[in-house]
Design a protein around this ligand. Structure first.
Ligand code: EPU
Length: 303
């Protein structure tokens, strides 16, 4: 979608918003798939309510693009403008055991930065790609850690009120890869209250998680992490593997040889290839195990 609303375009400089025209989403997602659209780069959180009001008044559909690491986006010209939070110079600040982190900050870098301040508890999240905002929204988790455990409060744009609000951690439900945030709420910053642990001990924990991840996941290939959620008490990866589907492909969309719940873009995969692969694997699992797998990756597709 190319933005043309004169009222909106005229207001952007005043709101501190930069417009990236016809930006490629394939270049901004870890799967390397997705069409093009205008991106509005937000440099001042306080501008968001006015910006979104202008978009809504102009009838312009919009979505928030975070780190793009858990996302499958359709090809061609996209029917939404995308909002994206710019990085600020000091994304993590400390006050005792509390880390104030901007939503745009990289999750992995935040984990190491906290470690340098002798704050741990997030070691398991070290290799999870993506932003703090995305991790919050999905309640990212790995190796027994989930980010929701440490959330003291969240600053967010709340779609229901059209305002920036602060939510206490107790008021948010963090479940397995799911939270009580509304789909169009926008995370802006979080306060994480973390346990004090000596740096050397945290680093040891980080090493162990890194090794486990390297041994079992295809880290150097284009993917969005696990494609399906694990059904209660079972592993989607193990089921897909047991069906002999590692290496199974539709076009350049391929089930990883290393971890069967990672689907990789082995070259020039199109969104339709990835969707077809998802549908076929889901059907095979349904037939063999009677389990309907639910996608873990977020789909921005019209299928
Ligand atoms: N397994 C296989 N074959 C495979 C993959 C896994 O047999 O191809 C077996 C493993 O040997 C193991 C079991 O399945 O016995 C579970 O595998 P793993 O430890 O890799 O964990 P997972 O359940 O597949 C989950 C998360 C990952 C997270 C890891 C580590 C989901 C959907 N996946 O994977 O998260 O990194 O545990 O905690 O919850 C993600 O969210 O994108 C993601 C990758």
């Amino acid at each position: 979608m190319r933005l043309s609303d004169p009222r909106l375009l005229a207001a952007l400089p005043e709101l501190g918003v930069k417009r990236l025209t016809g930006a490629s989403i394939a270049e901004r997602t870890s799967l390397g798939i997705g069409g093009a659209t205008d991106i509005l780069l937000i440099r001042r959180h306080a501008s968001l309510p006015d910006l979104i009001a202008l978009l809504d008044d102009g009838g312009i559909p919009h979505r928030l693009l975070g780190g793009g690491t858990n996302l499958l986006v359709q090809d061609g010209e996209l029917p939404w403008a995308l909002l994206h939070l710019a990085h600020s110079p000091q994304e993590v600040r400390f006050e005792g055991r509390v880390a104030h982190v901007d939503a745009a900050a990289d999750l992995g870098r935040t984990v190491t930065y906290c470690a340098k301040h002798d704050l741990g508890g997030m070691e398991g999240l070290i290799g999870v790609p993506g932003s703090i905002g995305g991790a919050l929204r999905m309640n990212a988790g790995a190796y027994g850690t989930q980010i929701g455990t440490w959330v003291r409060e969240v600053e967010m744009y709340r779609a229901a009120s059209g305002r920036i609000e602060i939510l206490s951690g107790d008021a948010i439900r963090f479940e397995y890869r799911h939270t009580s945030f509304a789909p169009d709420d926008i995370m802006l910053a979080v306060e994480l209250e973390l346990p004090s642990i000596p740096y050397a001990e945290i680093v040891q924990g980080i090493r162990v998680c890194n090794e486990k991840r390297r041994a079992s996941q295809p880290l150097n290939q284009k993917s969005a992490g696990c494609i399906f959620k694990n059904p209660p008490g079972a592993s989607a990866g193990r089921m897909i593997d047991e069906l002999g589907l590692k290496g199974f492909a539709v076009g350049d969309a391929r089930v990883s040889d290393r971890h069967a719940n990672f689907f990789i873009n082995a070259g020039q995969a199109r969104c339709s290839d990835m969707l077809a692969l998802i549908a076929q694997v889901r059907e095979r699992v349904r037939q063999a195990f009677g389990v309907e797998l639910e996608t873990e990756v977020i789909l921005w597709t019209n299928a």
